[in-house]
Design a protein around this ligand. Structure first.
Ligand SMILES: Cc1cc2nc3c(=O)[nH]c(=O)nc-3n(C[C@H](O)[C@H](O)[C@H](O)COP(=O)(O)OP(=O)(O)OC[C@H]3O[C@@H](n4cnc5c(N)ncnc54)[C@H](O)[C@@H]3O)c2cc1C
Length: 381
């Protein structure tokens, strides 16, 4: 039986960052990952400037496939283009990016065990017991960073309601020639029912394209995506894959005795854009900080004492995800009015891109919208 201070379950951004921080602070840490790394990951691979700023090590240039400072938004016949002076996101391949983050954790002293699927987690008086397909481990704290279909979360909260999940399909496609080069920037197409968008993001020799909707509506999504590809003259040459994104901004428990959830496992993703990597990184770091703070002072990591993590998450980004959820609901209930407003002026999109750059947040966007709504409505009418 392996005994550790901290067991981190999952080698995505939340788990890799949490394991690195715990190991750096001298805790005996093991990261359990069910796959062998680098492993494929269903994701567009867009990392916002705000997410990059959370990393204290710059992403190596060879991992970055494209940098974007130009946004093209489309809604029916309407189009808006915004060029910023600085990049608001970069594009990566998630298998390589996540592998890099895990190697940083390993270099800081975290042990990494691959091909170890966690099947059960039991909090107990003497610590938390973690069972994998072949072994049993114990730790004083377990950080569950095992994604949207988390096993660790079963020991903390009820499963996500279907209505609180978005569903996305995506694929990477070898590009065809066209007048406007694909590397020009990101293209986002609005006007879907239920609320959602389609995207084309540039990559090194390919494009990442996909479609996401909320609430999760798996039946029609694939057909709508194929229609979109046909319209854009893109031909699928790799598998179309799909996955869920939990809507952030909803209050859910994220801790139990000896257990902390981070990233998608905790439901921390942006309900407006679907961005999850940023919140995985920040919550992974906060989870490690909570574990280090309690264990280094020999304070029992029970549910009550770990409440500090929930409060820190709320202050750091949770209150803002609530504002994002409110804005998303406005789009869900009044799609034409909101899209009409967004496409009648460059300003709302320019404000939204500032959020990806980390210069502003959804609470400010909400205040901005309230203040400007009469003018924007007049223009859109
Ligand atoms: C189609 C799609 C496109 C997306 N595009 C973007 C985007 O462009 N930008 C963005 O910011 N976000 C995007 N997201 C969201 C983003 O992928 C997630 O929010 C992010 O990966 C969450 O990170 P995480 O570390 O919490 O979990 P994950 O990245 O999901 O990592 C979880 C890890 O845990 C492992 N694991 C799972 N179960 C177990 C187990 N039982 N035992 C051991 N290991 C386990 C998994 O193998 C995985 O490595 C997208 C999501 C989808 C579905």
């Amino acid at each position: 039986m392996g005994k550790y201070d901290v067991i981190v379950v999952g080698g995505g951004p939340a788990g890799a960052v949490a394991a690195r921080e715990c190991a750096r602070w001298g805790l005996e840490t093991v990261l359990l990952e069910k796959e062998f790394l680098p492993r494929p990951k269903i994701c567009a691979g867009a990392i916002s400037a705000a997410a990059m700023n959370l990393l204290d090590v710059p992403i190596p240039p060879e991992i970055i496939e494209a940098r974007c400072s130009v946004f093209h938004g489309f809604y029916g016949a309407r189009q808006i283009t915004i060029e910023l002076e600085q990049d608001f996101l970069v594009l990566v391949s998630r298998d390589i990016f996540d592998f890099w983050l895990v190697s940083l954790a390993q270099a800081s002293g975290a042990e990494v065990k691959q091909g170890e699927k966690v099947i059960a987690v039991d909090p107990g008086a003497g610590g938390v017991t973690v069972r994998t397909s072949g072994r049993v481990y114990t730790a004083r704290v377990v950080i569950g960073a095992d994604g949207v279909y988390s096993t660790v979360a079963r020991a903390v909260r009820k499963p996500f309601f279907k209505k609180d999940l978005a569903f996305c399909v995506c694929s990477e496609i070898g590009t065809v020639e066209r007048d406007v080069p694909w590397q020009e920037g990101v293209e986002v197409y609005y006007g879907l029912t239920p609320v959602g968008y389609r995207w084309i993001f540039p990559k090194r020799n390919r494009v990442s394209t996909g479609l996401g909707v909320w609430p999760s509506c798996t039946k029609t999504v694939r057909a709508a995506f194929l229609d979109f590809l046909q319209e854009k003259g893109l031909v699928v040459d790799r598998r179309i894959r799909g996955g869920h994104i939990p809507l952030g901004g909803i209050s859910r428990p994220a801790v139990n005795d000896g257990i902390i959830l981070a990233g998608d496992a905790a439901g921390f993703a942006d309900p407006f854009t679907g961005e999850g990597i940023r919140y995985a990184i920040v919550s992974g770091r906060l989870a490690a900080a909570a574990a280090v703070s309690l264990l280094s002072r020999s304070v029992p990591p029970n549910r009550q004492n770990l409440g500090v993590y929930e409060r820190n998450c709320y202050h750091s980004f949770g209150a803002d995800l609530k504002a994002a959820l409110f804005i998303s609901r406005l789009f869900q209930y009044f799609p034409r009015v909101l899209l009409g407003m967004f496409f009648n002026s460059r300003e709302p999109f320019a404000e939204s891109l500032q959020i990806l750059q980390g210069h502003t947040d959804y609470r400010q966007l909400y205040r901005w919208l309230l203040w400007h709504t009469p003018g924007l409505l007049r223009r859109s009418i």
